[in-house]
Design a protein around this ligand. Sequence first.
Ligand SMILES: [Zn+2]
Length: 287
Amino acid sequence: MSYIDCHVHSMGDETFELMLEWMDREKLNKHLLFSKHPFMSDIDLSKKKLTGLNTLVSDKEFEKNMAAVGEAAAKSKGRIVPFLWIEPTMKNTIKFIETAVKDYGYKGIKIIPNGWYPGEERFEPVYDKIAEMGLPILFHTGALWSFGETSKYCRPLNFEFMMKYPGTRFAMAHIGWPWIDECVAVALKFIELRENFPGGDKLQCYVDITPGTPPFYREYALKACLDVLGPACLMFGTDSRTSTKVISVSKPSEKYENDKKILTKLGCSQENQDKIFHKNFLEFVGE
Ligand SMILES: [Zn+2]
């Protein structure tokens, strides 16, 4: 058993030693680690009316989280692939992206549209910078477990704006659950419309198959992806947390075994499973 996990969260309190031990124990070849989320948990549940939307962390805190994951990745000899979780509403986002790549070797960007639409015009300078630097983006897609009315911003349709950036690879996470069909439709559109583009033989749109899908939907979601999109754009992930407090109960190997069983049942060959559990990730991050 050996696989790559494209979706792991840093919680800001991890130790490198525990992460290495965890990777070995879980037979994890590599994983994509997001820097810690840029929000404060400051919702006052005692209020009569809850207005939602978290406050953002300070620039200093953001930079601290950036450094922590960047330094762990540097020590890991390629086993931790760092992605910077940005909030494009933060004034210094472009500067953060430049520092992350230059000083810490970040390989890509993670975005959760948390209260704004990802394709809003005001974020164009941020996407222009990401495109210029050749970084892939992993977007949270589907229902969002943040406080308030936030899931609508993460519907798969909202990512069609990435057609403006044909050279920038991106992934939609969680197969867009509960909008699985919508996610498959958007990914299919990217595959089919690109056929006549220069460089269109290379994929732009990937689907991160990290659950989000409760078990009831899992087989349907994987079958829809395989039958309609094929295996070339699918990447395995688990949504594991590396926080010292929960790393011992983060079990990507169990999710690997479960998905492997379903994929085998669906007739997915060993070669195609290799793509989903290894190779597609390497192409996505540009390794
Ligand atoms: Zn996640």
